[in-house]
Design a protein. Sequence first.
Length: 275
Amino acid sequence: MLDAEHGSMDHANPADIIDVTAETFMAEVIEKSKSVPVILDFWADWCEPCKNLTPILHGIIEKNPGELRLAKVNTDQEQMLAQQMGVQSLPTVALLMGGQIVDNFMGVKPESEIMAWLEPHVALTGSAPEPVLDSKVQALIDAGAYEDALQVLAAMPAEQAVWQTLDVHLLMNNVAAAQAVYDSLSDAQLKMPEADQAKAKIQLAQVATEDDQLATYQQQIAQGQVEPAIQGLLALLQKDTAQAEVKQLLIASFSLLNDPKLAAQYRRRMGSILN
């Protein structure tokens, strides 16, 4: 269970999850990190993203007993310590090893991203099951077994499964279900890059076209062949700037490009055609 104030799990090892003050920081964080990696979490009661991050960090600690320590700093009570550590926004998370900070991040990340953040520094035995589940889901998706994939995803932690769940609904042409997943995202999740892509994928799926050529471009974008489709759509827009469906497909496709500079370049090209 979660403690109402600190989000502590009363079945976690007390030595693995601790509250830290300025007085205990040297012994419990700096010195302790010389024998076990310490995740240092700066949080506050009023910080909603902190509340979203807390159960994720606790879950990681619980899956890796004795391999990691979570040290939590209430910045309302330890303002001087937070200032000394250069904390500028909440939540701020740092990883300490050998008495030194080796990496850090700000804001909320899903468990999979935090595990990827830890991976270059820490070998965790408890992290093995998740990639197995992820690969199982992907194998089901590749085989077109979408209902089975949804069942596996439903058994996974929500923060790990949400983006694939949304994608599977879209693959099943169930745009309403995908929209419902998007509408259930937390404020912290909505700030993630994945949320922008999810919104664009839904917008893409909502474009209804009876034109075979546009349907082909739409399918290309959905399958990840975004740039060739954009180039074809821009050529169509050049011929007829009044095509609303072409504009809708282009707008949705820009957010699905992995290169922000390239996306900006294509947006400018679209703008120059329409002006």
